[in-house]
Structure formats: structure tokens, C-alpha cells
Design a protein around this ligand. Sequence first.
Ligand code: SF4
Length: 416
Amino acid sequence: MNIPLRISPGLRFIKQNVPEVEILEYPTWQQYLDRLKDGWDIVGFSFYQNEIDTIHPMIEAAREEGVGEVWAGNYGAMDYGIPELVDRVVYGPGEDHLAQLFGYRVNADAVEHPAAMVHLSVLPGIRHTTFGLLHTERGCPYRCTFCSTPTFEPERSTVNIASIERLLRHYRKIGVRHLVLTDELFGSHPDYAEELSRLFARYNFLWWAQTRVELAVKYLDLWYERGMRAAPIGMETMNPVALARLNKQQKVEMIREVAGMIRSKPGMLRIAYFMIGHEDMGYEETLEDAYRWKEFDFDVYGATVITPYPRTPFWEEIDDRYGIFDREYSHYDQTHLVWRHPLITPDQMRELRSRVKNLLNNPVRVIQRGIKRYILEEARHSGHSGTGYLWRSVVTGPIASLRISDRKPFYFPKQK
Ligand code: SF4
């Protein structure tokens, strides 16, 4: 399964809300240099920790070209070395900071949602459908020690719901029938999630949203009836001691309960994320954890290596206790061990990760399961219109998707 992200939803939020700003999404080096020559008061970069090496020469080129100021935003801006490289660091949503440059404000509850899409290919080279992206809630009330969100977005807010309904109408009009919510935690504003899920059902979307186990226990039945077809949950580990260390506030029994709920729902993709490299777990214990996950029979497992990110409690704790030895930015992509684990070496971790991946994810099975859940089970579940669903999934959906350009910019007129 392949879902390449070729646009920047964060930059599109800025352009939708502060149209005076010009954006460039993943430019080539030459495209970037050409645009720099236009002369700019401010050049800002939105990036992640593992992209900092890419940003360095871009900042140098901007300075050489004599731009007024250089700004940094997104999670990568939390790196300790960034403030000395740029003139301003923006944590959290950027819309209001930029609007003030033009003499107005964008309050959190007035932030309008832009259009942003990605294509999905189940079989390599064949576009199966297009997902409309949504990011509806910002911040998180929890405090998992490894997570950057509580520091990056300490103020919680929700995106303007009227703008989301306008976007849903647009997606329907151009033939998009599936949504992916990229929220860290869907459902943490229950009334808002209630209103949104009603909208998704009213416009007849099937949707995916990441959430937490206790929210899934409470709302999964309702959300499923309203079209939810995947609830990727960061389950992290089945080891209660490691869960407690991460302040995940998640009970192992609840993980079992949610896994059972997901399995009982036809058409629902079974996706779980977990982490390896917990400090109390050695090679064999990590493998045992993976075998316990396998029993749940999920369709897709995402296994990441637990990574300290700057300004998180986990960074401080791990650096104090063991030391963070690897400062190569590109290694902060959750596939490398960048700190001195007391029981596993970086080489062992590389091998362990590949063993765990092979144990849990068989690419052929992922495709078979994807087709089974998303096409066959869903067609059966949709009853009388099952044939219609099959026709849409296999014929009209892919044709509509071919007509959609994920890269082409599209913005709504600003709401009054
Ligand atoms: S991991 Fe999820 S629940 Fe925990 S703080 Fe981050 S966003 Fe919130």
C-alpha cells in the first residue's frame, strides 16, 4: 500500500488563512533558488527534525540572497540548534503570527481548513482512490513523555467547523469519498467530534482517524456507524511497566478490548502502531512483545524505534540517564537508535526492527487484507447498495481519482 504525501498541509493552512503569503511545497533546489531571486522580506521553513540537514543550505542560500528575515516552524523548529540559525522560531500554529504582519488576526476558532489530498495505491502503480486530508484538532490534553505535541501546541483548539463542511462539499463535488484525519487524537473534544462525525456521515464519507484506546472504547461503535473504517491507534507496547514510564495512561486490558472491537467490524482496517526500544526491554523481551501483537491479527503494524525529540520530557530523562550519542538529524526518523540503550546496541536494534517488521507485516497479506476489508467486506456491509459500492470502488472511484491532481493548489475565498 502506498500513500505518498506530495503537498504540505501545514503550508496550505497558512495560505488559506493568510493569502498574502506565498508557499512552495517540496521545491527542487533550482525552483527554490529561482524563487529566492524574487526578493522577500521573510522566508520561513516548515520542517521536521530529520529534515534539518536539508534546511541548512536553504537558510544559507536565503541569507546570501539578502532576505529580510528567516523564520522556522513545525516540529523541527523545536531543535535546540535552530534559534541561532534563524531570526524567529514559531511553535504551534503559524496562521495568526503571519496574519499580524499584514495587520489582522486569525483567532484559533476562525482557522479555515484548506483542501489537501493524497492518492492511495493498493497495488503498485495503480491509483485506487484519493483521500481528502483533514486536520481538525490541535494540541493534546495528555502528556506522554516521548511526544512533542504538548510542548509544540500547548494551547488546544479546533478548526472552524463551517470551513470543514465547505471542504467536505468540495471533496464530494470532485469525487473524493474517503477522508484521513491526521489529528494526533481524534475525539479529545467530544462535542466537536460528535458534530464532525455527523457531518462525515451526512456527506457519506468513509474515514480514518487516529485516536486513543479509551476514546475508541467509548466511541468506536458510534464512529463506525458514521463511516469510520480505520482507527490507527498508538498502542506502544503490551508491557505495563514501559507504558507507565511513558506516562501513556493506557491499560493493557483496554488495548485487548479495542482490538476485539475493531476485529468485529466488517470493512474496518486493522492498523496498530507500537514502539520498540523501551529502556527496560532487551532483545528477547521486545520480540516477545511483537509476538503478543501478532496474536491480535491486525492487518498492518507500524513499528517505530522510540526516539527522543528535543524539549520533550523523554529527551531530558534519556539524555540524563544514558546519553544521546547520535546527533545526525536524518537519524531522527524513528528507525534508528540514537541513545545508549542499556540492553541493546544500535546494530542489534536495526536487526531487531527488521525482524519485527518481517514477523508482523507480510506485503502480500497487507494487499489481500486491504482488498478484503475495503472492497469485499464493505460491499457486503453496505447491503442493498453493495453492487453500487463495488462499482464505485473498482471502476468509478479509480477513474475519478485519475482526474484529481493532489499537487494542484486550490483555495477557498476567505470567510467573512
Ligand atoms: S502520544 Fe498522542 S495522546 Fe500522547 S501526548 Fe502525544 S498526541 Fe497526546
